[in-house]
Design a protein around this ligand. Structure first.
Ligand SMILES: NC(=O)c1ccc[n+]([C@@H]2O[C@H](COP(=O)([O-])OP(=O)(O)OC[C@H]3O[C@@H](n4cnc5c(N)ncnc54)[C@H](OP(=O)(O)O)[C@@H]3O)[C@@H](O)[C@H]2O)c1
Length: 350
């Protein structure tokens, strides 16, 4: 692994987002000499730290991305930016596939750029309930996929691995559901369930396990990969490779949710749980989507999406041994404590 003292300039796409924000924070906190450039379409200037710069650019816009590379000349790119999974297929294709292709092209052409870290997703991988290694993992393809987000994340995951060459060392960090401080998704949803008194409800039998990942560890994994790619010795073990990263503690989704409810002061006993059968929720979600299509002429979509309900029946289970061995990744020591801190943040801020 590269020395933590290595100095480099990092370009973080989506650096104002949930994951990107934590990566930027850790980079800035970690080494006095690291310069960090945040790139997103509408960057928010969140700090006057002179090592931070903010660049307004769409990752799929060739002119804007060329200007960013010319200005920043990054040693490594960390590509976290992605549309939300509910965005239309055209947006997923443009950002995840065309945008990643464009960034790879500029990273290869830029003499200063050596490393490229891409954030992939559990949605890119055909799920299993047995611990899956990267070697055995099957990515979704153009011909076999559950939804546009999964397809485009998978296509980009493969594209990044295959971009390994003399000019550029790329790596893929595959992450599952992330949670933690500044979370715009999972923690707000769970806290909202408690506040609406819906937290005793469970959809389906809760018999599939899922991976989870504390946000600070997700950020750490990206930085470990970036550092490893910059050092010739460690790069040979990391370049062109994908890594599963998680808490290493898969759980049924509603077991995880109930840990969060308990941390919010609303524990749920097993005998208090009301189960809504999965097929009933799937049918309701489908009906809701059709009703929105008809009554809003396709301009709006309901909050409960069929895809999100189907996801409850997929699950995921990973081995994180490769990340431990080659990146030096260590999962969060105490997942319960991480959940508690995350919920405390949600209660104080939402
Ligand atoms: N959240 C999860 O549970 C989860 C699970 C698995 C994988 N992931 C992956 O983790 C990564 C980060 O997710 P996140 O939850 O941190 O997302 P997020 O909070 O929504 O942040 C995404 C960022 O990307 C930027 N962005 C989106 N489209 C862009 C474009 N075309 N050009 C430039 N910037 C763009 C957005 O900023 P602007 O609006 O200013 O452009 C935003 O700051 C994504 O790659 C996602 O696929 C997330």
């Amino acid at each position: 692994m590269a020395s933590p003292q290595t100095q480099f300039t990092v370009l973080v796409t989506g650096g104002n987002g949930f994951l990107g924000g934590h990566i930027v924070q850790q980079l800035v906190d970690g080494s006095a000499a690291t310069a960090v450039a945040i790139v997103s379409r509408n960057p928010k200037v969140t700090s006057d730290n002179p090592r931070l710069t903010f660049h307004a650019a769409d990752t799929a816009n060739a002119t804007q991305i060329k200007a960013v590379f010319d200005a920043v000349k990054p040693n490594v790119v960390i590509r976290t930016a992605s549309p939300h999974h509910t965005e239309p297929a055209s947006v997923q294709q443009r950002t995840n596939v065309a945008g990643t292709q464009l960034l790879l092209q500029h990273a290869k052409a830029c003499p200063e750029t050596r490393g490229f870290v891409y954030t992939s997703s559990d949605s890119a991988v055909v799920p299993t309930q047995e611990p899956l290694t990267e070697h055995k993992a099957e990515l979704y393809t153009e011909a076999h996929f559950p939804h546009a987000y999964g397809r485009t994340k998978a296509v980009a995951d493969k594209m990044v691995q295959e971009a390994n060459c003399d000019e550029l060392r790329p790596a893929v960090i595959r992450i599952p559901m992330i949670y933690g401080e500044n979370d715009p998704n999972l923690m707000p949803q769970l806290l909202s369930s408690v506040r609406k008194k819906q937290h005793k409800m469970q959809i389906g039998q809760n018999n599939k396990i899922f991976e989870f990942l504390y946000i600070k560890k997700a950020a750490e994994a990206h930085i470990l990969a970036a550092r490893a790619l910059l050092e010739a010795e460690s790069a040979s073990n990391v370049a062109g490779e994908a890594f599963f990263v998680s808490d290493g503690r898969p759980l049924p989704l509603f077991d995880f949710s109930r840990k969060c409810y308990a941390a919010a002061g609303s524990p749920v006993a097993r005998n208090e749980v009301t189960i809504i059968p999965l097929p009933a929720m799937q049918a309701m979600a489908t009906l809701g989507e059709w009703a929105y299509k008809i009554f809003t002429a396709g301009t709006k979509m309901p909050q409960t999406r069929r895809e999100a309900i189907d996801h409850l029946d997929r699950g995921s289970c990973w081995s994180i041994e490769k990340a431990r061995q080659r990146l030096g990744y260590q999962p969060v020591a105490d997942q319960d404590e991480a959940i508690k801190q995350s919920m405390e943040w949600a209660i104080a801020n939402l």
